[in-house]
Ligand binder design. Structure first.
Ligand code: FES
Length: 381
């Protein structure tokens, strides 16, 4: 039944990229967090043994890369055990962390257990702004110290900055910091509008002028680094709100990405929980059943589900119809064309958002920060 590299509904290839969202608990409060708004209402976390069983089953199905994320995965006390199991199963494993809760001893213990890669995210290159966004007066100093520790232990050094209208004008300072920390890869990823970022979109979406300036400065740095033979690679991700064609989200629904949430719900992307689709849980079904047979994973596989103009579009094999979550969040129906596409009859929604971004944005303090109290209120409301 299983064949590789296909976006066909009948022959799903392996879930090459397994993302284990170990917990929704997090000491920080980023207003652009991709966790669901109602994270506080979700069920109990999978145990260590349940996670290892998920890793084993997914590996048997062909998963090769494992992301350990959250929330903040470091709040789990069993990370060494999980990392060791991942190594024994033959995964390439990546810890995606804010760095809060990391220590030199943990960095060393994770390396010894077989972790391949640690990615640390920053909120900004300015200490004050970083700490304001994170909601912790110590966050910046801790991140810098842990970035140095990660480098010292010989991991590939990957730094991630989510950029938005409150920090993107300091892109030069961000890049300088990354060079100073000897980063090998830097992700300068403009906010994607899901979860808390969608709630705060008016205060986060950069204007076109901000974005163009940031891209120009990044390109200037790229050229300078290239001429110097410097190893640092800058990856600049623009928000699709400024595109005329949608992104190939997840490389197609149920194509290679499998996300397991803290309570064991299996999703084809980290945002799909918001969709009015019943997704299976690893406590009730095998990963094989979930990936190959479940209606949730088959819902938008292949091309048969597509409405016009996607169905007859000659670019559908390139973008797979864009993002289902974005279609749902913006139009109320996940089966609609992604409004980012200029061919969509709801592209006006994107044009309105761009227009809004030219105007004065809400102040930083007015953003809705991610925390448990806000999440509970959102659940009730
Ligand atoms: Fe869910 Fe794009 S984020 S399909």
């Amino acid at each position: 039944m299983v064949t590789t590299g296909s976006n066909s509904a009948r022959t799903p290839g392996p879930p090459l990229w397994l993302l284990a969202e170990l917990t929704y608990r997090c000491p920080l409060q980023c207003p652009y967090c991709s966790n669901p708004l109602d994270f506080a209402a979700q069920g109990g976390e999978l145990s260590t043994a349940e996670w290892i069983d998920v890793f084993r089953q997914a590996r048997e199905l062909g998963a090769a890369q494992l992301g350990l994320s959250g929330g903040e995965p470091l709040v789990r006390q069993d990370l060494v055990e999980l990392i060791r199991a991942a190594r024994e199963l033959g995964y390439y494993s990546n810890l995606i962390t804010s760095g809060i809760g990391l220590t030199e001893a943990k960095v060393a213990a994770f390396a010894e257990a077989g972790l391949d890669h640690i990615q640390i995210s920053f909120q900004a290159a300015d200490e004050e702004l970083n700490n304001l966004l994170a909601g912790s007066g110590k966050a910046y100093a801790q991140k810098v110290a842990m970035a140095r520790a990660v480098k010292a232990h010989g991991y590939p050094m990957v730094l991630n900055f989510v950029t938005h209208r409150h920090n993107i004008d300091r892109i030069d300072r961000i890049i300088e910091l990354c060079i100073e920390l000897e980063a090998d890869y830097v992700e300068l990823a403009t906010c994607q509008f899901y979860g808390w970022a969608q709630l705060n979109r008016a205060g986060l979406l950069p204007s076109k002028a901000q974005l163009e300036r940031a891209e120009r400065i990044t390109n200037e740095y790229r050229e300078r680094l290239r001429v110097q033979g410097h190893p640092c690679k800058l990856i600049f991700v623009t928000p699709d709100y400024y595109e005329e064609r949608p992104k190939a989200c997840m490389n197609g629904w149920g194509s290679l990405f499998l996300d397991i949430t803290p309570d064991g719900t299996a999703l084809p992307c980290h945002s799909a929980r918001q969709l009015p689709i019943r997704f299976p849980n690893v406590r009730e079904h095998s990963i094989r059943h979930i990936w190959q047979e479940s209606s949730g994973f088959n819902r938008f596989r292949g091309y048969d589900w597509m409405p016009e103009p996607c169905r007859s579009c000659d670019e559908k094999e390139k973008d797979f119809g864009g993002c289902r979550c974005q279609a749902f969040l913006l139009t109320g129906d996940a089966a609609n064309p992604d409004p980012v596409c200029a061919k969509s009859d709801r592209h006006d929604l994107i044009l309105d958002a761009r227009r809004e971004a030219q105007e004065a944005a809400p102040a930083l303090e007015q953003l809705q920060f991610r925390n448990e109290k806000a999440s509970r209120l959102i659940c009730k409301g």
